[in-house]
Structure formats: C-alpha cells, structure tokens
Design a protein around this ligand. Structure first.
Ligand SMILES: Nc1ncnc2c1ncn2[C@@H]1O[C@H](COP(=O)(O)OP(=O)(O)O)[C@@H](O)[C@H]1O
Ligand SMILES: [Mg+2]
Length: 291
C-alpha cells in the first residue's frame, strides 16, 4: 500500500522538511511506499455538485500540514489520515485544545479565552484588562490561538504592555493565561506515538521566556518520569492523536500542559535524544492500517 506524506506548500526550512523525509524512510524500511508532496496542487475540489479527489492510488495520508479544508476533504473522502483531521484542527487552536483537555485529568495553566473584537477602531475595554490583571497579576501571558515557534506568545509586565498586546490580538483568536514563573525560559517537549510516550527533551532558551527551538532554544535529553508520562499520554489520548509533541511547563505543583502539537517537528528531538521517532510513528501507522 502506498501512502502520501503532505507538507505545507510554503515550508522550506530544514526543520519542517525533515519529518516528511524521515517518515518516508522508515515506512520504506518497514516495507511500505510513500510519496512526499507539497500541499500546493489542490488535492480536492467541489465540482459538479460533488467532492472530487485527485489522490487516487493512495491508501493513507500522513498530513504534516494544518490546512483544515484539505483535512475536512480527506475525512469526507474516507482516506485514513495521520493525525486524524479533527485532532489536527483542535490542536491547531490552543484554546480549543484547552477545552478538549478540560475535565480529562490533565493539569493546565489557568486560562481565559479571549473575546473577539470586530471593530478594529474600538479600544480593548477597560473591564477586560482589569479582569485579566485581577485574575492573573503581572507578568501575564497573552497568546494568539493559532501560532507556533513561539511567535504568537507575549509576556506583558504591566498594564501598559497588556493594553498594547491586547490591542494587537483583539481581532484574531487569542487567550490570556497565568505566567508559570518556575518555567521561565524552559519547558519539556514529550513525544507520544500511538498512546505511548517515547521520550522527552528539556528545552532551554538563551534568555527569552519562551523555550522554543525555533526561537533559539536548546534541547537536551530529559528522563520520562511516571508523572510526566501519565500527563503526556492522557493529553494525547484525550485529543485522539496518533502522534504529538506535548509541551509541559514546570508548575509549582507538577507538570502543566502548555500546548499539544499534532505532527510536531522532531528533527532536534531525534538528534538530541537519539530516539528513532520516525520509526515509532511509521510502525504505528502500519499497525493501525492493518487493524
Ligand atoms: N503560561 C506560560 N507560562 C510560562 N511560560 C509559557 C507559558 N505559555 C508559554 N510559555 C513559554 O512560551 C513557549 C511557547 O508557547 P506555546 O504555547 O507552546 O506556543 P507555540 O505554539 O508558539 O510553541 C513555551 O514553550 C514556553 O516556553
Ligand atoms: Mg509550543
């Protein structure tokens, strides 16, 4: 059976291309073929009142993109997709992720879903700013709900900074969150494949409060303790993910899930830990397909 590994059309960085190459390599080592393609060719269309697919000949898809239109169409077309379309869409939105994890025994930082503004000329309301600072104090985290590599995450130290960041994000999906001071500049990335945590990596920043590798953070191997494993695996299960990177903050009373990344980049993780992540994922995919 041949699979299709789809990547975002606009990715050029090695970190983004590496997972596709490695997953293909390991699928092939296990006897399955796969093509790697950029998602730039309209795999689906609505035509003549029906959904038309140009993906004949593929028995499954490893979707390393987040485009929800292609995901929905893949779901409608009945092609087995890794990760599952609904899981990718939920993970892409940090606030929807927190809602999906709520009540599932997964500790998370206290979070307020942002209130959308449809009038760019209107200022963020005084009541809103006051509610955020009364609940969380300073510094406080503000995040765009769709973002990665640390780019849409801000730390406001006082009312002036909070007002300015709130203005910046008010018209797009966002959230306010308690700043976990114990975790400043460091966190742990755990990778879960097929429900099992295969390893973890500590990430330290070079000074910034964010520890993303894409923003200059450095990784090192980190032991998978019992609590870390339980939290990471519970989060992956609650979101129905075949493969994910769970970001965990060092909370005052234990791990706190910061976000969950479907189809996370894993080049730095494999390099630093020596764990063959792609092999574990390829094996899980083939085992799932065999039922
Ligand atoms: N509530 C928080 N308290 C402390 N640090 C945080 C908090 N939220 C995020 N961070 C830091 O910012 C980084 C990026 O945040 P994250 O939500 O994972 O967004 P991204 O999708 O950009 O990686 C985290 O890896 C962590 O280092
Ligand atoms: Mg992250």
């Amino acid at each position: 059976m041949k699979g299709l590994i789809l990547t975002n059309a606009y990715y050029d960085a090695e970190a983004a291309l590496y997972p596709a190459r490695r997953i293909r390599e390991e699928l092939e080592a296990l006897g399955a073929a796969a093509d790697v393609r950029r998602n730039d060719f309209f795999p689906f269309a609505v035509e003549g009142g029906a959904l038309r697919s140009s993906l004949e000949g593929y028995g499954f898809c490893v979707y390393l993109d987040k485009d929800k239109y292609v995901l929905r169409a893949l779901g409608l077309a009945g092609v087995p997709v890794f990760d599952k379309p609904e899981a990718i869409v939920t993970c892409d939105d940090k606030m929807l992720t927190f809602f999906a994890l709520a009540g599932q025994g997964v500790p998370m930082p206290d979070t307020l879903p942002g209130l959308l503004c449809y009038t760019p000329s209107a200022s963020v309301r005084e009541e809103t700013l006051r509610a955020v600072e009364e609940r969380f104090g300073y510094p406080v985290i503000v995040k765009e709900s769709y973002g990665s590599l640390g780019k849409g995450v801000y730390l406001a130290e006082n009312r002036a900074q909070l007002a300015s960041v709130a203005e910046k994000v008010k018209c797009s999906a966002h959230l306010y969150q308690r700043f976990i001071a114990e975790s400043r500049g460091r966190d742990v990335r755990a990778i879960v494949v097929g429900g099992r945590c295969v390893g973890a990596m500590l990430r330290r920043s070079g000074g910034d409060f964010r520890s993303n590798i894409g923003a200059g953070g450095r990784g090192e191997p980190y032991p998978v303790g019992e609590e870390l494993r339980a939290v990471a695996e519970r989060a992956a299960r609650a979101l129905d993910l075949d493969f994910c990177g769970v970001d965990l903050l060092f909370g005052p009373e234990g791990w706190l899930v910061c976000e969950v990344n479907s189809n996370a980049f894993f080049g730095e993780f494999e390099r630093v830990t020596g764990i063959n992540v792609a092999r574990a994922y390829a094996a899980h995919i083939l085992q799932t397909l065999r039922g």
